[in-house]
Design a binder for this molecule. Structure first.
Ligand SMILES: Nc1nc2c(c(=O)[nH]1)N[C@H]1C(S)=C(S)[C@@H](COP(=O)(O)OP(=O)(O)OC[C@H]3O[C@@H](n4cnc5c(N)ncnc54)[C@H](O)[C@@H]3O)O[C@H]1N2
Ligand code: MOO
Length: 408
């Protein structure tokens, strides 16, 4: 962070994150859910495999299971047929077994020959290519050995992890309870979509963006709607929310204006810090607690709300779930734009990767980077970081965060 930002009393993104993460208490409640219900959940403890995968030596090909030493003697008689799901018998000398992909290797066989490399006449098979022991045999336990840890505590379960758990026979998984997040908006200008706009009014978009971001993270959203903008009504809804959730999330009313009652209401029921962070969009951020429940107040500008959720709320909630790697991966990329007027705050510009005139993949910017321009977030596929005080030229290396890293 540069001197000017420090002089203005701004926190760096890292300082704000550290303060948040040190206060992100682990949710201790856990539950067991069926595999079908476990997508996106976080493992409460590590999982060890009760068995080998594959459970038995099996064939990787459709063909013939042989004993390599027998091949010198010419054609082999097909002594048995072993489809997947059945079990063969010991291979007699001078015979082979018709075998299919996934079927257990019969005792005595040491290789599988693909059927494309065999000539078959009646029940006689001539192997036309040299074979070596172990060929096309998938060994028992070559993927997973019994007792090995397959997944660590704190893993977010993607489809691959569900498949992995299923492959060792686990039907139910221990997961951390879903975080419950109470969400409400204040502001006399806000109207729900579907209603008519009065003079000076706008539609409440943050509610939908934030609820979607929360659901993507696996949170249960306690939607408290739009709250009447009085101190008493705000206190009442905060009290109600505090008893029923793991985080109270609001947007708007965290800057310097005095129209909104959220700040005063939180302060009167608990504690509130108003941070100013060297980040754009998203300078003002409120963090506090109501009756011991964490409170986070995101800035009202729609892009600021979206960005601060991604940068601060998401890591906070993931850490509460017990996830260690809570930060999105930053990808090195090449700038396809000029950024000649850098500010004092680190900017998260709405961007996407596109081919330039020469066919090189470069980062391009949405032309209007205003923090009220929600279109930029829909056009974009990621953020490119413009560090404070730094000019960026076409061709320069830049850091890019794909939204895919943030929207799950
Ligand atoms: N004098 C100053 N003014 C402002 C400063 C500052 O430092 N000094 N900071 C600016 C920055 S940066 C931001 S970001 C905003 C944050 O303001 P608030 O969090 O107090 O938000 P509001 O004033 O309530 O609203 C800002 C803007 O966003 C619209 N809004 C609010 N909620 C919603 C919603 N649910 N859906 C859609 N749009 C919403 C609201 O109508 C305003 O246009 O403050 C700057 N000002
Ligand atoms: O930081 Mo505000 O979030 O620039 O619009």
């Amino acid at each position: 962070m540069n001197e000017k930002a420090r002089g203005q009393g701004l926190l760096s993104v890292e300082q704000a994150l550290e303060a948040l993460l040190t206060r992100a208490e682990r949710i201790v409640d856990r539950e067991e859910v069926a595999l079908d219900e476990a997508l996106g959940r976080v493992l409460a403890h590590g999982l060890a495999s009760p068995q080998n995968v594959p459970p038995h030596d099996n064939s990787a090909m459709d063909g013939y299971a042989v004993r390599c030493a027998d091949l010198a003697g010419g054609a082999l008689r097909v002594g048995q047929r072993i489809p997947a799901g059945s079990q063969g018998v010991p291979l007699e000398p001078g015979t082979c077994a018709r075998i299919f992909t996934g079927a257990p290797i019969p005792p005595g066989a040491d290789a599988v020959v693909m059927q494309e490399h065999c000539r078959v006449a009646g029940d006689q098979v001539t192997v036309e290519q040299p074979a070596s022991p172990g060929q096309h045999v998938r060994r028992a336990g070559e993927d997973i050995t019994a007792g090995a840890e397959i997944l660590a505590a704190g893993t977010r379960l993607r489809p691959q992890e569900l498949g992995l758990a299923a492959s060792v026979g686990l039907a139910r998984l221990p997961v951390v309870r879903r975080p419950r997040v109470a969400l409400f908006s204040t502001g006399d200008e806000l109207v729900a979509p579907g209603e008519a706009l009065g003079p000076g009014q706008i539609y409440n978009s943050n509610r939908y963006t934030l609820a979607g971001l929360l659901r993507n993270l696996g949170c249960e959203v306690l939607d408290l709607g739009a709250v009447e903008d009085t101190l008493e009504a705000t206190r009442e809804v905060l009290r109600r929310a505090a008893g029923a959730c793991d985080l109270i999330l609001t947007s708007g009313g965290v800057s310097v204006g005095e129209e909104d009652h959220v700040k005063a209401a939180v302060e009167s029921l608990g504690a509130l810090e108003l941070w100013r962070i060297a980040v754009k969009p998203g300078k003002p951020l409120a963090f506090g607690s109501v009756d011991g429940t964490p409170f986070m107040g995101l800035p009202g500008n729609p892009v600021s709300s979206f960005a601060t959720f991604c940068l601060f709320t998401r890591p906070f909630l993931l850490r509460r779930l017990g996830v260690q790697a809570v930060m999105p991966r930053v990808i090195p990329a090449e700038s396809g734009f000029d950024w000649t007027r850098p500010g004092d705050r680190r900017e998260y510009l709405r961007a996407r990767l596109e081919p330039d005139a020469a066919g090189r993949t470069v980062v391009t910017l949405y032309p209007n980077q205003g923090s009220g321009v929600l279109t930029s977030t829909s056009w974009a596929e990621g953020f490119v970081i413009a560090p404070e005080g730094q000019v960026i030229r076409r061709g320069d290396p830049v850091s890019y965060i794909p939204f895919a890293e943030l929207l799950s």
